[in-house]
Design a protein around this ligand. Structure first.
Ligand code: ATP
Ligand code: MG
Ligand code: MG
Ligand code: MG
Length: 439
């Protein structure tokens, strides 16, 4: 993409209403704009990041055996009356009436819709287990929308719903999602810690929030220092079809202490001494096994292996896709701007023509651009006739992993400059070598 033909409203000023660094940088880097309180438009560069995150989420859901579909954003109040949640949900629900005065709502979550769809389509135990997911916009009329996309009112969520014949099956479905979540966040360069969360009246230990550390986080978290070790998706490469290995793996991942404020264990913390860490964190995902709650209320039953009707047990599994854009920036930025992990970067390379008014320089930059594009590399090409300093500042704030700088002085020596955004390291090399290294 040529910057001269793009839409990238980068700003120098930090808007006054932006409190946290990720919100400031998202506005400065031209990723989003707020159109109403807690409602954001995704500008072209931000939209590319959102899509990359969504794709990683999708790949890991698919890998875990979940099946993608798409449910609507607008739901009928009828379904929520059936589950008993319509009145209970409260002011966070955006309630709408259509022209015939039928009660509708903008979905804050989808348990009711999926349960009714599954009820319609699943007849016997052979239709179990299943895990269905979608990636769809949600609306919650948050009391205090803030921190940009991290607590919006309209936000993009991946939500999956599992249906199982019995508790043991339900646990397997839960464990598969548990591992998928660890892999998903690791692939985005995030260290997300699973922390036991409240399960409400159902009880049990089958609910975890996945929390990423950030000073602006709304949760206070306490954890064992072992969580500070960097981990990659390969560290979570367990065979999810082997349920004993899967359970052992989940047990090992929950062995080291990690708890939110509400779930602290003073006794365990006392034993840990120096190994105890305290920080703030952002909830990026939440998994939950709730058994019969919705299936029973909504009359979902299938015929069991012996012919008797059974009520499937359900779980639900959310990931805050749009919140993750903010959370990743919270975890990866410096004084000059965003530092995107390569897996979610909107483009891999920012190609800078230092002298758009110089024919030789422009020819060389154009040539690099054409060859990188031909090699399938994602390049944002700053071909504008602007000062070099302004171009560097733009590239730094938008945080692409690599900057490839073409200037007349280098070209005289037959080299271009390659800068690594994360380390700041710069090397001079022949254009040929740069293409080889980057593609
Ligand atoms: P929070 O505690 O932050 O209000 P929640 O517990 O209400 O979140 P869930 O119902 O567990 O949220 O939804 C699943 C995921 O959706 C959350 O883990 C979070 O990543 C994301 N999410 C929830 N509310 C918002 C919001 N207002 N803006 C952006 N993402 C959100
Ligand atoms: Mg909430
Ligand atoms: Mg929460
Ligand atoms: Mg939650």
């Amino acid at each position: 993409m040529r910057l001269s033909r793009y839409f990238l409203p980068v700003t120098k000023e930090t808007p006054a209403d932006a409190e946290v660094i990720s919100h400031k940088l998202m506005l400065r880097a031209g990723l989003v704009r707020q159109t109403s309180a807690g409602i954001y438009a995704w500008l072209p560069l931000g939209f590319r990041v959102l899509r990359k995150i969504e794709q990683i989420v999708r790949e890991e859901q698919d890998r875990a055996g979940a099946i993608e579909m798409l449910m609507p954003t607008i739901q009928s109040a009828e379904l929520w009356r059936e589950s008993g949640r319509y009145d209970a949900y409260g002011p966070e629900m955006l309630r709408i009436a259509d022209r015939s005065d039928r009660d509708l709502l903008y979905g804050p979550t989808n348990e009711e819709v999926i349960t009714s769809l599954f009820k319609d389509g699943a007849k016997s135990y052979r239709d179990l287990p299943r895990n269905l997911y979608h990636i769809q916009w949600k609306f919650r009329d948050e009391r205090r929308p803030r921190f940009g996309v991290m607590r919006g009112r309209e936000f993009l969520m991946k939500d999956a719903y599992s249906f199982d014949l019995d508790e043991a099956g339900g646990r397997i479905s839960y464990n598969k999602m548990f591992v998928a979540y660890l892999r998903t966040f690791a692939r985005m360069g995030l260290r997300a810690m699973p922390m036991q969360a409240d399960t409400g009246p159902i009880g049990g230990d089958l609910s975890h929030e996945f929390i990423v550390l950030a000073p602006s986080g709304e949760s206070e978290v306490f954890f064992h220092e072992s969580w500070e070790q960097p981990r990659t998706a390969e560290d979570y490469a367990v065979d999810v079809e082997d349920s004993a290995a899967l359970q052992a793996f989940v047990d090992s991942m929950t062995a080291d202490y990690a708890a939110t404020d509400e779930k602290r264990d003073e006794a365990r913390e006392a034993e840990m001494g120096d190994a105890l860490r305290e920080s703030r964190g952002v909830e990026v995902g939440h998994i939950f096994f709730f058994g019969e709650k919705y299936s029973k209320a909504m009359g979902l039953k299938v015929s069991g292996p012996d012919g008797d009707m059974v009520t499937p047990l359900m779980g639900s599994y959310g990931i805050g896709v749009s919140r993750l854009v903010g959370a990743i920036i919270e975890a990866s930025h410096d004084d000059d701007g965003i530092v995107w992990p390569e897996s979610v970067a909107p483009y891999k390379i920012g190609l800078i023509n230092m002298r758009a008014d110089d024919e030789t320089c422009t020819a060389a930059a154009d040539d690099l651009y054409a060859r990188l594009e031909a090699a399938g590399v994602e390049v944002l090409y700053d071909d504008r006739d602007e000062r070099g300093g302004a171009k560097f500042a733009t590239m730094d704030v938008i945080g692409l992993p690599w900057q490839l700088i073409v200037g007349p002085r280098g070209l005289e020596k037959g080299v271009v400059e390659l800068k690594n955004r994360a380390t700041g390291e710069r090397v001079e090399l022949a254009p040929e070598l740069a293409i080889g290294k980057l593609s």
